[in-house]
Ligand binder design. Structure first.
Ligand code: 5GP
Ligand code: MG
Length: 168
C-alpha cells in the first residue's frame, strides 16, 4: 500500500490556529463542551482544543455505522458522561463523508437541549452529502485518506499528516 502526503503536519498546525480562533469567537469566549467522536477525531480534538481561547471540557462519543437491509443504521456505542442541557457544545469529527455520523450525533445531542450546538470536522470530502458542518479544516477530493487519527484497519492513526492511500 502506498501513502501519498495530502496535507502536511505544518499545514494542519497553521489551519488549526485559525480554526481555534474562529470557533472561540463564534462561542463568544464562553465555556465549550468539546465532544470528540472516537476514534478518528482524537488527535484533531487534542490539538484543536489547545488552539481554542475559551474554557473547554472534553467528552467522548463513539458511533457505529453499519449497512442495514434497506438503509444505513447508526448506533451509539459509547455515550458522553456529563449533561449538556443549557450548555455550549462543539461536536468534533475527523471527516465528513456521507455526513451520516455527524447527522446522527447532532440529532442525538440536540434531544438533550444544549444552549448551542456546532459541528467541526478536520476534513470534508467533495461529494454529495446530507449534512453540513459549521467549521471545516480542509476540503479534500473524494479519496480514502489516513493519518492524524484516521485509519485503515486500525493502522496509521499515529501519522502526523494526512495521506491518500494508493493501492498498487
Ligand atoms: P460519514 O458518516 O460522514 O459517511 O463517515 C464519517 C466516518 O467514516 C468518519 O468519521 C470516518 O470514521 C469514516 N471515513 C470516511 N471517509 C474516510 C476516509 O477517507 N478515511 C478513513 N480512514 N475513514 C473515513
Ligand atoms: Mg469516525
Amino acid at each position: 500500500m502506498n501513502l501519498k502526503v495530502l496535507i502536511t503536519e505544518e499545514e494542519i498546525k497553521q489551519r488549526l490556529k485559525a480554526l481555534g480562533k474562529e470557533i472561540s469567537e463564534d462561542f463568544n469566549g464562553e465555556t465549550v463542551i468539546a465532544v470528540c467522536i472516537l476514534k478518528g477525531a482524537f488527535m484533531f480534538t487534542a490539538d484543536l482544543i489547545r488552539e481554542m481561547k475559551t474554557e473547554v471540557t472534553v467528552e467522548f462519543m463513539r458511533i457505529k455505522s453499519y449497512d442495514g437491509m434497506t438503509k444505513r443504521q447508526d448506533k451509539l456505542l459509547y455515550d458522553i458522561e456529563n449533561e449538556i442541557k443549557g450548555k455550549n457544545v462543539l461536536i468534533i469529527d475527523d471527516i465528513l463523508d456521507t455526513g451520516g455520523s455527524l447527522k446522527f450525533a447532532t440529532t442525538e445531542l440536540k434531544k438533550r437541549e444544549p444552549a448551542k450546538i456546532k459541528t467541526c470536522v478536520l476534513l470534508e470530502k467533495e461529494r454529495e452529502k446530507d449534512f453540513k458542518a459549521d467549521f471545516v479544516g480542509f476540503k479534500i477530493p473524494d479519496k480514502f485518506v489516513v493519518g492524524y487519527g484516521l485509519d485503515v484497519n486500525e493502522l496509521y492513526r499515529d501519522l502526523p499528516y494526512i495521506a491518500v492511500v494508493e493501492n498498487d
